[in-house]
Structures are given as structure tokens and as C-alpha cells.
Write a new protein. Structure first.
Length: 218
């Protein structure tokens, strides 16, 4: 008879996922966003879909109007393709082993005299607020700043370039790196935020065990 630990490992690794799982997406450039027909597209969608086909897991992409945390907490979605593993999220959702890494930096003009994060606190900051982890980092590290909500990382760069915002909050990762050259005539640079480097995995609702198994396999 197999030991209980072996049976549990087999169940997590090999037990079938028989139903079609819902996976949320939203307008979260450049990771996942709707195409002209409203269907999920983007590099994160391509990666997860390929992994699902390899693992024989059926996915149905659904518009996540409430955002990833509420969609997974409520069980309105089984999965979410890109979830930053923040400690404060672990009571409301599950995050698989990581498949990507990101680091946060402050974007600012070369002409600004600043060499530390402390030097830019209190300044007007452009942030992609609909990305939950961006909003959390902004509030955690820059509580005294005026936060301007932008639609995408490119819009954050544009806001700093046009001087609509004094600085911006930017993610750097394998799927998204800011193109600082997109600001002709006003050179930009980055100051890394110490301690703001995180891993991301596939998120899953805590309400369904098969969703967590699927997240691990993806």
C-alpha cells in the first residue's frame, strides 16, 4: 500500500482536471487584454494557453471586470494568468510556483536631481492603477505622492515624457520593459526600488481544489 504522502503527491500531480476552467483577463497591457473582438490576447495569454494544451487542461477566458483579487476571492474565475505573489494576498487566493519575475523602479527625467527613492516621494507619480500590484506598491512606497492613474506602462512613460507627471512607477520583467527611448528630447532613467522585486505565478481561487491543481500544472 502506498504511503499517504505518496498518494497526496500523485493526486496533486496526476489527478485529472475534468471540467473546463474559467480564467480571467482584463485590459492589463502588455500581459493580457481584449482584441478587437473582445477576446483575450497578449503574451501571457499565449504562454498560458500553450501550457494548458500541453497539460490537457481546457480553459475558457472570461472578462475580469472586478479585477483579479475579487474574481478569484469570489470564485467568479478559477484562474488568473499573471498574479504577483504578495504576502497579503495569500489569505484570499492561491499563487502557483513562479513562471516570471518582476522588479519595480521609478521612472524620472535625467535632469531631476534624485538618486534615492526618498528623493522622489511626494512628487506627482503616474501609475498603472488597474494592475493591482502596481497600486499596492505605489501606496506602500509613495503614500505622500499624488498618484495619476494611467492605462498602461507606455502611458506611464508618456505621462513622464510630457511632464504631466513628475515621475512614474514602472515594472521591468521578461514581458514588459519600458522603452525609455520613446521620449525624444527628454532623456529618462530608472531608480530601482530596493525590496520591490517579486515573483509571479498563475493565480487560482481557494474555493476549488482542481483550480489550484491546474495552476500548479500550468
Amino acid at each position: 500500500m502506498l504511503p499517504a504522502a505518496t498518494l497526496l503527491y500523485w493526486y496533486r500531480v496526476a489527478a485529472p482536471v475534468d471540467r473546463t476552467l474559467t480564467i480571467g483577463f482584463q485590459n492589463s497591457h502588455p500581459y493580457h487584454f481584449p482584441d478587437a473582438q473582445g477576446n483575450a490576447t497578449g503574451p501571457a495569454v499565449d504562454v498560458i494557453q500553450a501550457a494548458a494544451e500541453r497539460s490537457h487542461i481546457k480553459l475558457k477566458w472570461v472578462w475580469g471586470d472586478a479585477g483579479l483579487e475579487e474574481m478569484l476571492k469570489s470564485g467568479r474565475a478559477d484562474l488568473w494568468p499573471v498574479v504577483v505573489d504578495l504576502p497579503e494576498r495569500r489569505d484570499i487566493l492561491y499563487v502557483s510556483a513562479p513562471w516570471g519575475k518582476l522588479a519595480y523602479s521609478v521612472l524620472l527625467p535625467v535632469s531631476m536631481r534624485a538618486s534615492r527613492i526618498e528623493d522622489v516621494r511626494g512628487k506627482t507619480m503616474a501609475v498603472t492603477m488597474q494592475i493591482g500590484s502596481d497600486a499596492r506598491i505605489a501606496h506602500k512606497y509613495f503614500a505622500s505622492s499624488i498618484l495619476l492613474s494611467e492605462s498602461s506602462p507606455l502611458a506611464v512613460v508618456a505621462a513622464v515624457c510630457s511632464q504631466q507627471a513628475e515621475v512614474g512607477l514602472i515594472q521591468s520583467n521578461a514581458l514588459s520593459n519600458p522603452k525609455l527611448a520613446d521620449c525624444p528630447g527628454r532623456p529618462l532613467r530608472l531608480i530601482p526600488i530596493e525590496g520591490a522585486t517579486f515573483w509571479w505565478g498563475v493565480g487560482a481561487t481557494l474555493k476549488r481544489a482542481d483550480a489550484r491543481r491546474a495552476a500548479d500544472r500550468l
